[in-house]
Design a protein around this ligand. Structure first.
Ligand code: SAH
Length: 248
């Protein structure tokens, strides 16, 4: 990556509209949290993206400002009310706002790098963080929320999921990562997991850096890395390997 190219990318980032995230949560104080530091934090300060954390409770009514209630049909826990959640969603959705509306949910489609790219290109997102047992199905249907999961395990709330999703998008925004190329060789971008990395010292606890990496032969190094990536993926993620093998 040449200096000039990097300058262009930064320039473009300053002209473009920021990628805009609205997060609906019962815990707005959690934001920006870790996204206020390092790469994402600097990008937030520089206006490459923006983040508004909206308190769902502000849209509750009545003396007790209830946001949740017991599940219809019985069972443990509480469910977020559709009326309160819908008011919060409507509040952040201006006329003509085409940002995807996402509910973080273990029932959702798993987040993938491909999806992360799509969300980046969508210009922003509205993220609803569930809590308790989840959210009334009618608001999921009525506001056409897309459910996205960050993995096959249960979190106590959607907030960490929202942060994971935003972190993955923000690092792809132009001007965020110093060297754009470092994003392109990553695991998943090629359909394979990444090859192993090494750095100095050349010998550490008797373990040497693979000789080929110090040979200076770029062609052979690239071949070796590709082979390592294939072996690793075959071993650890046969599902990804099969998909990669049958790609067009
Ligand atoms: N009763 C639900 C789990 C609720 S966990 C079920 O069994 O499916 C409470 C909230 O945490 C959810 O509403 C969701 O917003 C969030 N959450 C939990 N696990 C998640 C995951 N793997 N990915 C994304 N969000 C998750």
């Amino acid at each position: 990556m040449s200096e000039a190219k990097q300058f262009d990318e930064t320039d473009a980032a300053q002209d473009a509209l920021p990628w805009r995230a609205s997060v609906l949560t019962l815990y707005p104080d959690m934001f920006p949290g870790p996204l206020g530091t390092t790469l994402a934090g600097r990008a937030l300060e520089n206006g490459i993206w923006s983040l508004e954390a909206v308190h769902i409770r502000d849209f509750a009514e009545g003396k007790h400002r209830n946001v949740d209630d017991t599940p219809a049909g019985g069972g443990a826990g509480m469910v977020l009310r559709p009326d309160v959640v819908a008011r919060a969603i409507d509040h952040v959705t201006a006329e003509g706002d085409t940002r995807p509306r996402i509910l973080l949910s273990p029932r959702g489609k798993p987040l993938t790098q491909e999806k992360v790219h799509q969300l980046k290109d969508a210009g922003g997102v509205i993220l609803l963080c569930g809590r308790f047992e989840g959210v009334d199905q009618r608001v999921i249907d009525g506001r056409e929320l897309e459910e996205i999961s960050i993995g096959d395990y249960i979190l106590s709330g959607g907030e960490l999921g929202a942060m994971v999703l935003m972190d993955a998008v923000v690092r792809l925004l132009p001007g965020v990562m110093g060297k754009v190329a470092s994003g392109e060789e990553e695991s998943f971008e090629s359909g394979l997991l990444e090859y192993p990395h090494y750095t100095r010292p050349t010998v550490w606890e008797g373990r040497e850096i693979p000789e080929i990496l110090t040979s200076g032969h770029h062609g052979n190094i690239a071949k070796w890395r590709q082979q390592q990536a294939i072996e690793l993926t075959k071993d650890r993620r046969p599902d990804l390997y099969e998909a990669w093998k049958s790609r067009d």
